[in-house]
Design a protein around this ligand. Structure first.
Ligand code: SF4
Length: 304
């Protein structure tokens, strides 16, 4: 059984920096995070153990300081939070800030804003709460329901699959050929790298294990993407979710993980798979040594 690790996987710099900022701050003063700092229960449990509190609404906050997550927030929400006398610490990812600025520019130039993403996702709410009029689209049905406008300014939630985003931007152009449609690509580079690496991984694997929280949007997107190229894809939150019956001794097993999955969780899953590979080889009576790591991604392995 070969274990393949995607060339790009796991926690992105935006989430990593936000967690570090929360930990550093909580070491000296009480801190409440507004919303989920990261869609991963393992990490959240570690942060709670450091005394960090989590609330969805500023009205429920009892510490003098609150943190905005890497997903960002609207100006309106920031102002409302400060108006309650709370000190706001912003851990908004710079690439989310970039998406906000791109949207503001489009609106300033008179384009009707269209965001490709999930309407209820915290990042999309942060982008749209300051706007009077906007549309959020996730599929072709949503595009078909758009009202005609002289011009559309199209951006994306940073964690949407770039192929879907390009396709929907193109659909908007086709649906309203007489309107101007300007598309600004705001899908972040770490998401693109993980999606691209997941495709390569799935093409070279008999079975793929995607590691990430159940609430993680980009983890679910990775599961979907891998499913297009590999028929056996399993989503696990932690090593406890792995099932031996998913694997055969001669399988190429790919591992990838969402942008909120910590290295420790990925390493535990990989370690367990290596042990399983060893057991399967032994029980199959093979005299050959298991080839755990294929040459496909030697750099990635050497870096760990
Ligand atoms: S997924 Fe992208 S935009 Fe979101 S925190 Fe990570 S790097 Fe930033």
């Amino acid at each position: 059984m070969n274990i393949l690790r995607a060339e790009h996987l796991g926690m992105c710099f935006g989430v990593r920096d936000a967690i570090e900022l929360a930990m550093q701050t909580a070491a000296t003063q009480p801190l409440t995070v507004l919303g989920n700092l990261v869609h991963n229960e393992t990490v959240l449990a570690r942060l709670r153990a450091q005394g960090i509190q989590f609330q969805n609404e500023a009205t429920a906050v009892t510490t003098p300081q609150v943190m905005i997550t890497a997903h960002g927030a609207s100006e309106r929400k920031l102002a409302e939070t400060r108006a309650r006398g709370l000190t706001v610490l912003e851990a908004t990812c710079p690439l989310v800030h970039l998406a906000h600025r791109s949207l503001k520019k489009l609106v300033g130039e008179g384009f009707h804003p269209v965001i490709i993403g999930k309407r209820d996702h915290v990042e999309v709410r942060g982008m749209t709460e300051d706007l009077h009029e906007f549309d959020v689209v996730l599929d072709e049905h949503d595009v078909a329901n758009l009202r005609e406008r002289p011009s559309f300014g199209v951006i994306a939630q940073t964690t949407q699959p770039i192929e879907r985003v390009r396709q929907l931007a193109q659909r908007i152009r086709e649906r309203w050929p007489n309107s101007e449609a300007r598309f600004v690509d705001t899908v972040c580079q770490p998401t693109k790298q993980r999606q691209h690496a997941a495709v390569e991984l799935a093409k070279n694997s008999d079975v793929v294990v995607v590691i990430g929280g159940n609430q993680s949007n980009n983890t679910r997107e990775l599961v979907q993407t891998c499913g297009l190229f590999c028929s056996r894809v399993h989503h696990v939150q932690t090593v406890a979710d792995l099932r031996e019956e998913w694997f055969q001794p001669d399988d190429n097993v790919g591992i990838t993980a969402g942008t909120s999955t910590p290295d420790s969780v990925i390493n535990e899953v990989e370690h367990q798979l290596r042990e399983l590979a060893s057991r399967l080889i032994t029980s199959a009576g093979s005299e050959s040594e298991p080839n755990f790591v294929r040459d496909l991604m030697p750099t990635t392995f050497n870096q760990r």
